[in-house]
Design a protein around this ligand. Structure first.
Ligand SMILES: [Zn+2]
Length: 201
């Protein structure tokens, strides 16, 4: 009777437990292989993206000045690119943010501006000062008036330092300026651009 029980247990072990153990091992190995090949793929993609995405020195001889449309008045003003960016950066980001954050904002705003010059939305201007349409902008006078008097000079100097300190820097992909969207607050979640604006044709 004991022998039968032992044979029965061996039968169960060979038929069910052993294959389960072997398969489990296989599955684990396959999962590991997939994970490492996925990782490899991802690294390749990242490398590819990295090699195509880069900081490029912008040649100001192309567009040293831009035509800025003031949305409320309809007036078009011609301004130097980096002077315009000081007004943009001071409108887009609080001046008490870290220097590097403001510098990043300046580079993104410059990239976005060059992209807009090359992909015009307005007939008579390169870009407008409406943040819902193109990019935020505030006049220097209005900007200074909204800061505490004792901070006006140092805040404006900080903005200029970030814009002129990154002069010429834009972000390109395959040698073209990227469409550098940015937001001040994502509300805790983000969405793929294609789901917001659709796919470009
Ligand atoms: Zn616009």
């Amino acid at each position: 009777m004991k022998k039968i029980a032992i044979y029965f247990l061996m039968f169960i072990f060979i038929c069910f437990i052993l294959p389960a153990l072997l398969t489990k091992n296989d599955i684990a190995t396959t999962a590991l292989d997939e994970a490492s090949s996925e990782k490899e793929n991802k690294t390749n993609q990242e490398n590819q993206l990295e090699s195509n995405t880069q900081f490029t020195e912008y040649n100001y001889e192309n567009y040293g000045t831009i035509k800025l449309l003031h949305a409320k008045t309809g007036e078009v003003e011609e301004v130097k690119l980096d002077d315009y960016l000081c007004n943009v950066v001071s409108a887009e980001m609080p001046a008490d943010f870290e220097l590097d954050a403001l510098k990043a904002q300046a580079i993104v705003a410059r990239t976005y501006t060059i992209y807009k010059i090359q992909n015009k939305k307005h007939d008579n201007a390169d870009i407008c000062d409406d943040s819902a349409c193109c990019q935020a902008w505030i006049s220097k006078e209005d900007r200074l008036n909204r800061w505490d008097e004792n901070l006006r000079e140092s805040n404006w100097a900080k903005i200029e330092q970030c814009v002129y300190g990154t002069s010429g820097k834009i972000i390109t992909y395959n040698n073209q300026p990227i469409n550098a969207f940015f937001h001040s607050n994502s509300g805790g979640t983000t969405e793929l651009p294609v789901n917001v604006w659709g796919r470009r044709k």
